[in-house]
Write a protein that binds this ligand. Structure first.
Ligand SMILES: Cc1cc2nc3c(=O)[nH]c(=O)nc-3n(C[C@H](O)[C@H](O)[C@H](O)COP(=O)(O)OP(=O)(O)OC[C@H]3O[C@@H](n4cnc5c(N)ncnc54)[C@H](O)[C@@H]3O)c2cc1C
Length: 455
């Protein structure tokens, strides 16, 4: 029985690995179009700097990624204590994000009225919409100011998204669940904390966890998977279409080659899976095209430490959309992870673009660097020129789980669940983070092996 996985990003690679770990004799092949695997994960090392091209790390609160790392013999490298100090740029200054309720009430990030409005959350009405935007939810429960200064930047930090379009239940299902169950986030958190007392469990509505990477950067994870998969991973192998037959699938490559698969998994971005499926099923192809992918660019800039006025003692900052700046935020990478910059230097990693400003990310590199520098000057008071510059462009970067996302997924599932041995996976469907991708690969591996036993 042949299993073909199309796409050698973390979703495809980890799925192949989990399958082979359970059944080393399986005939599994991963087809990757690029000349290197990893997809959005790649680490660039130059002039003593270590820059992440895409994925910067993962939160250590989901066990599956750590389990995978341990199977591969990779030791996690956790961000240091600075990572707890996060900032929001608002009203011309950087405000430290409060870490506790008393700190929150002392902080002047929100006006007194905005802070009191958050307490009113206990009495705010429940939502009536089945699928509400993150903006509508946050304004209804927490007030406009908290939405603009806290919730909206968090959404742009994770999704580079537009919270007036993002779906609460698709993007933050836990928060949706707490409201549905307890009627209030504050009440829900208090109850959950009481229930968790003594169990050692940590309770939170947000993602939680510590940002974690590996020695040598995120690409170490890909290098290890590549080594484990060996000849089963084929690079420079672009799949152009598939054909569903009575007993198996035909897989057609851009170079004219053809393969047969008994089990076929597309672990490619939704817009690519749409192309691959266009001839086979136009309806699915059109639904996949409804998942938008805005552009994001990452500018990694290195400076001499002594020329930066600020202490850089923290994680970095996010910029609320209401500030109308040309960047989404900046991570002070060398402050939280070791070996990101040579001695005496610092590495700043600024994200631009996203659902509300893809045009900025699609500019020429020089223009992006010019925009970033003028924002770093205004926000952080940096007057020095960068000594090191890298710009990484992702024209189709992050899938957006907008309102209607779950309906799209359910409609696609209704069709493909009838196709024996066919799966769609990757960050476009049930969670965009690296942790989600790895967890979903694990779940699919169990399902595929179950199917094999039945078949
Ligand atoms: C700038 C950026 C920063 C991010 N930062 C983080 C972060 O810090 N933490 C986090 O958890 N998540 C982050 N993400 C989200 C991240 O993308 C996912 O968590 C994860 O890497 C997605 O993996 P994937 O395998 O599903 O998709 P991809 O990484 O997109 O992999 C898909 C693979 O399919 C291949 N492919 C495409 N077309 C074909 C074809 N026709 N035939 C064969 N192969 C094909 C591609 O080359 C690619 O290798 C970030 C995303 C971006 C864009």
């Amino acid at each position: 029985m042949k299993i073909v996985i199309v796409g050698g990003g973390i979703s495809g690679l980890s799925l192949a690995y989990f399958l082979l770990r359970k059944e080393p004799g399986l005939d599994v092949e991963v087809l990757e179009s690029a000349s290197r695997p990893g997809g959005k994960i790649w680490t660039d090392r130059a002039e003593g700097y270590l820059c992440e091209w895409g994925v910067n790390g993962f939160l250590d609160n989901k066990p599956r990624t750590l389990e995978l790392a341990s199977m591969l013999g990779l030791a996690p490298v956790r961000s240091n204590d600075n990572a707890r100090k996060r900032f929001i740029y608002s009203d011309d200054q950087l405000h430290k994000l409060p870490e506790s309720p008393p700190e929150f009430f002392r902080s002047n990030l929100l006006s007194l009225r905005g802070r009191l409005r958050i307490i009113y959350e206990i009495f705010a009405p429940r939502g009536t919409a089945d699928d509400e935007t993150l903006m509508d939810f946050a304004v209804r429960r927490l007030g406009k100011e908290a939405y603009e200064k806290l919730i909206d930047p968090m959404a742009s930090g994770i999704y580079a998204g537009d919270s007036s379009k993002l779906s609460l239940k698709s993007c933050f299902p836990r928060i949706d669940e707490i409201e549905r169950k307890y009627g209030s986030l504050i009440r829900g958190m208090i109850k959950l904390q009481k229930e968790a007392k003594g169990t050692g469990k940590k309770v939170g509505s947000g993602p939680g966890g510590t940002l974690t990477t590996f020695d040598g950067g995120m690409h170490s994870l890909i290098d290890s998977l590549r080594e484990q998969l060996g000849h089963r991973l084929k690079i420079d192998s672009e799949v152009s279409s598939i054909d569903r037959r009575d007993k198996n699938y035909g897989v057609f490559l851009g170079n004219g080659d053809e393969m047969k698969a008994d089990i076929l998994v597309l672990a490619t971005p939704a817009h690519i899976s749409s192309k691959i499926l266009r001839q086979e099923n136009k309806e699915i192809s059109e639904m996949l095209d409804k998942i938008p992918y805005p552009a994001v660019s990452v500018a990694c800039l290195g400076f001499s430490k002594e020329k930066i006025g600020l202490s850089l003692d923290g994680f970095g900052y996010l910029v609320p959309y209401k500030e109308r700046r040309r960047i989404l935020g900046t991570l002070w990478d060398s402050s939280i992870f070791p070996d990101r910059a040579p001695d005496g230097k610092v590495l700043l990693r600024t994200m631009v673009g996203g659902a509300r400003a893809s045009d900025i990310a699609l500019q020429e590199d020089d223009k992006i660097v010019g925009d970033v520098m003028s924002e770093l000057r205004a926000i952080m008071g940096i007057n020095a020129d960068p000594e090191f510059v890298r710009v990484y462009k992702h024209d189709l970067a992050i899938p957006q789980y907008n309102v209607g996302h779950q309906r799209i997924i359910a409609s696609i599932h209704a069709i493909i669940s009838k196709w024996r041995g066919f799966y769609l996976t990757g960050n476009a469907y049930r969670g965009i983070s690296l942790n989600d991708c790895i967890e979903n690969s694990y779940i699919w591996s169990e399902k595929i092996l179950g199917l094999k036993e039945v078949g």
